[in-house]
Design a protein around this ligand. Structure first.
Ligand SMILES: Cc1cc2nc3c(=O)[nH]c(=O)nc-3n(C[C@H](O)[C@H](O)[C@H](O)COP(=O)(O)OP(=O)(O)OC[C@H]3O[C@@H](n4cnc5c(N)ncnc54)[C@H](O)[C@@H]3O)c2cc1C
Length: 432
């Protein structure tokens, strides 16, 4: 079988550009197609911890990631009048340990894009319309009408993956709604926050406003329970803004003002908190990566870390297998799946914690927030939270994959032979 060389990646957020970066290093020729007309801004602050920190280090991204750290100092809960109920430092809020980091999703996507844009072909404003895998390659027809043939296709196009729909079928077969929705957008920082997040809890709802290091604006974040799935299209932003307004209609504190900012937000994000669960992530020459394969939901706090790690593993396995996609895809899935499943199970628990459903549970939580900093068992509770999060963040054993000697050449890693030696090396070490 001819070694794979050309790889079409659908999606230019986190998983897609991270894969392109690493494939290029291994001597492949990646092309990234993104439906949006330009790199998409916006999104939540995302945790980079455990294995994902090591992936960033190996990809040479860690300094850039650290330079964009949100550097949050902590957060507080407020009541209806805006009075502070209790404050918690950032490490307890985030379950972080020394070395973990947090960046805005948009900053991370930009770092990855800027690292790759000169060496990787990016096509914005287009999308895969159909693909035909004949066993030797994949013929792709784009929405623009362009036709091209690639050795492999990777769907890194998120929870609502177009590639997954085309190859594996309807999203409803794989998506499991966890009973809540999340929305976030940039807004004026009228609360005057600096590296601080302010939470307000209501039965079945949570509102958070925060501003991270170096930001003059704020992010308005809303989470609300909805056991039933809401009817709207995932690209119908007007409908999403309306649904958000309906969910928080009549609520107090700063909520009417915060909602008012949604109308002008050009980075408005709204989605269900859901898992994507699939029996397998590849079919023939097409493979899924990141949220497209295994969305763990915002409740996991690990979607971005898993996307980065998956990109590193998939590129590394393709290189180690000398471009033999069958071996590479099988090994990629074997390495990733147990860690992915652990994170998905954690997300199911966290989503219930994120938004409590009754007034007395909110009162209990506020009591804990108020008293926790003063209790002698504060460190024990913080340690328990940290240990659970760290276990999940370090669940994927990371091998070392050699970069192609002639970094930047278009010759695939495997074509030079001696795959055996490289694979022995590649399968040797686990750092976590
Ligand atoms: C604008 C934006 C905001 C986000 N905000 C949050 C947030 O607040 N909280 C949170 O937990 N997660 C958020 N996410 C999801 C988060 O980025 C992912 O969970 C995680 O980083 C994994 O990334 P991914 O690259 O696998 O998928 P995603 O980040 O979802 O990226 C998928 C990419 O594929 C593109 N795409 C979609 N369809 C097509 C198509 N047909 N053809 C080509 N490209 C396509 C999308 O435009 C996007 O750039 C956001 C994603 C985006 C794109």
């Amino acid at each position: 079988m001819r070694a794979a060389r050309t790889v079409l990646i659908s999606g230019a957020s986190v998983a897609g550009p991270a894969l392109a970066l690493q494939l290029k290093r291994h001597g492949f020729a990646p092309t990234v197609v993104e439906r949006a007309p330009e790199l998409r801004a916006g999104g939540y602050k995302v945790d980079i911890r455990g294995t994902a920190i090591e992936v960033c280090r190996r990809l040479g991204l860690l300094d850039a990631v650290r330079a964009h750290s949100t550097d949050m100092a902590g957060g507080s809960y407020v009541d209806d009048t805006g009075r502070t109920i209790g404050e918690l430092p950032a490490d307890i809020f985030g379950g972080r340990v020394e070395g973990d980091d947090e960046v805005m999703r948009g900053d991370l996507a930009r770092i990855l894009y800027e690292r790759t844009r000169d060496e990787v072909e990016y096509v914005f404003g287009d999308s895969i319309a159909s693909l035909d895998d004949d066993g030797d390659g994949v013929d792709v027809v784009f929405a623009s009408g362009a036709r091209r043939r690639f050795d492999l296709v990777v769907g890194a196009d998120g929870m609502h993956s177009n590639t997954r729909r085309l190859v594996f079928g309807d999203e409803r077969r794989f998506k499991r709604h966890l009973g809540a929705y999340i929305s976030i957008y940039t807004a004026p920082n009228h609360l005057g926050l600096t590296r601080w997040e302010t939470y307000h809890a209501l039965p079945g709802k949570l509102v958070c406003v925060y501003s991270s290091a170096g930001e003059s604006s704020a992010k308005n974040l809303f989470v609300f329970r909805s056991p039933e799935e809401l009817a709207y299209h995932h690209r119908d932003v007007a409908a999403q803004k309306r649904l958000l307004g309906e969910a928080f209609a009549g609520d107090g504190w700063e909520i009417p003002r915060l909602l008012g900012h949604a109308a002008d937000a050009d980075d408005f994000y709204f989605d269900s908190i859901s898992l994507i669960e699939m029996d397998r992530w590849s079919r023939g020459r097409v493979v899924l990566l990141g949220d497209a394969a295994h969305c763990a939901s915002p409740a996991s706090g690990q979607g971005t870390g898993l996307a980065l790690t998956g990109a590193y593993v998939l590129a590394g396995e393709l290189a180690a297998a000398g471009g033999d996609h069958r071996r590479a895809f099988a090994e990629y899935e074997r390495v990733m799946r147990p860690g992915v499943e652990l994170n998905q199970r954690m997300a199911e628990g966290f989503v219930k914690e994120m938004v409590v459903d009754t007034r007395w549970k909110i009162a209990l939580r506020m009591f804990m927030v108020r008293t926790l900093p003063r209790t002698p068992w504060k460190n024990l509770i913080a340690k328990k939270i940290r240990d659970d999060i760290q276990k999940a963040a370090n669940a994927i054993p990371l091998k070392e994959y050699e970069a192609h000697e002639a970094y930047g050449s278009h010759e695939p890693y495997g074509v030079r032979g001696a795959y055996g030696a490289r694979e022995a090396h590649a399968t040797g070490r686990a750092s976590a």
